[in-house]
Design a protein around this ligand. Structure first.
Ligand SMILES: [Zn+2]
Length: 226
């Protein structure tokens, strides 16, 4: 078990660099977590530590109630939301939270991002939905994420007046969803600013989603890890 946790400390620490590389976070905002497979545990970043100072050694291991099991620092203040998602959605192995600019601008208006792009159909299978307003602390954010994403194709939810939460089969897939969410949010914003984006037929959205999720990619490799 400790080898698995050690590997996930490395993975989660290094995935935080992707949030800064793609410009999804400011200061210490944003966080990535991973479920420890087969255990009632998750690995998440510490609260309030500069991205430059994140390392495998200072990642925090918590149980699925958000109680610290290993680590000297406090876990991310969003740990309760991550833990709630892992408790409620056993298929989820990774969770990411950002306030990435364009996606959060849609969240600020409480507007779902309509699907006007093939790339959005591929990754999200349709619109990126809006979740309820919820204050940090307790389970309200987690409940809102789970209520919105359960049974929905989208691995991303725009929590109203707040920001983005994404889920994935592992932490890397959740980071990819966060990167792609911001990318399509930016394009959708520009398209809306320039005029009226053209609709896509639902059958085309369905076809693109099916192909991308089931066919696209290198043989023998998990698509969502690409
Ligand atoms: Zn936040």
């Amino acid at each position: 078990m400790s080898d698995v946790v050690a590997a996930l400390r490395q993975t989660v620490a290094s995935l935080h660099a992707e949030l800064t590389r793609y410009g999804l976070v400011a200061w210490t905002a944003g966080n990535v977590s991973a479920r420890v497979p087969g255990e009632e545990l998750l690995v998440i970043k510490p609260s309030g530590v500069s991205y430059d100072d994140l390392s495998p050694a200072n990642m925090i291991v918590c149980d699925l109630d958000g109680v610290v099991v290993e680590g000297d620092l406090s876990p991310s203040s969003d740990t309760a939301a991550h833990a709630y998602v892992y408790r409620a959605m056993p298929e989820v192995g990774g969770v990411v939270h950002t306030h990435s600019t364009y996606a959060t601008a849609w969240a600020a208006r409480g507007e779902a991002i309509p699907c006007h792009l093939t790339a959005q159909a591929d990754e999200f299978g349709g619109e990126i939905p809006v979740g309820p307003f919820a204050l940090i602390g307790g389970d309200d954010i987690g409940k809102g994420i789970v209520a919105t994403l359960s049974g929905h194709r989208s691995p991303a939810v725009l929590m109203r007046n707040h920001g983005v939460f994404t889920i994935g089969k592992d932490a890397r897939a959740a980071v990819k969803a966060a990167v792609m969410c911001e990318d399509v949010a930016r394009t959708a914003h520009l398209a809306r600013a320039l005029g009226q984006p053209l609709p896509m037929a639902q059958a085309d959205v369905d076809s693109l989603y099916d192909r991308y999720q089931n066919v696209y990619g290198q043989p023998g490799r998990q698509l969502s890890a690409d």
